[in-house]
Design a binder for this molecule. Sequence first.
Ligand SMILES: C[S@@+](CC[C@H](N)C(=O)[O-])C[C@H]1O[C@@H](n2cnc3c(N)ncnc32)[C@H](O)[C@@H]1O
Length: 257
Amino acid sequence: MGLTINDAGMTAADSGDADPHAAQTDDARDTSARPHIRSFVLRQGRVSAAQRRFHEEGMPRWGIPYQTTPLAWAAVFGAARASAPRILEIGCGMGETTALIAANHPQNDYIGIEVHTPGVGSLLKEIETRGLTNLRVIQHDAVEIARDMIAPQSLAGIHVFFPDPWPKKRQHKRRLIQPAFVHELAQRLVPGGYIHCATDWQEYAEQMLAVLSAEPLLENTAADYAPRPDYRPQTKFETRGLRLGHGVWDMIFKRLA
Ligand SMILES: C[S@@+](CC[C@H](N)C(=O)[O-])C[C@H]1O[C@@H](n2cnc3c(N)ncnc32)[C@H](O)[C@@H]1O
């Protein structure tokens, strides 16, 4: 145990077993030059032999290194895919859902973002074993990726499925769905593009709904919460939440012209 693969650009050891729903500490230091939401903590954790192997072999093939300039999607997926709708998933976890969505929608191109090596290893395994050509992975902080790598009006969709709820009041600043980040995400959608958030934490659902509703670039596709659309399979964290008796709330907002 304790085998750790360094995350690109990150100094701390990471964790495959960290439970984002468990109590989380506030002691991780934000070492970035410009302060922004720090929505995760990298802890020492276990990477299985298979995850390590798929990570080592898969990253050079299916991984995209973090960069501080906008990503050329055509260079990643090929010129023939120039008109394919582009969808970003933030916080893929172990990636089963991400891979299933990509497999079920070959007409779209997907980039999954995750910071934890075990999850990235699992996602790379899914890409390899399913032979997916429309899914790539970036192992880096999604806040920095959205800021630096995603051009305005370039995405058809953004998925944020069961982001860490950071349940304690003093941890709320770590939540991803906050006004400034949502505005940044909305700017990266094409007009008519969507952002789909889901959570099993009622009070965070209420915050998400308020933040998304207050964003002038966005319009709710439902009166408030949306029914789960067919394209979103039940995720690993959703399954866990349901087992604990939690509810599930989906929100799908579209970018105005
Ligand atoms: C609660 S889990 C949900 C995983 C998955 N979406 C699911 O529903 O099973 C949240 C995931 O988001 C990742 N995460 C949190 N903040 C992130 C960030 N800023 N950039 C990339 N990944 C992040 C965590 O590492 C974790 O795997």
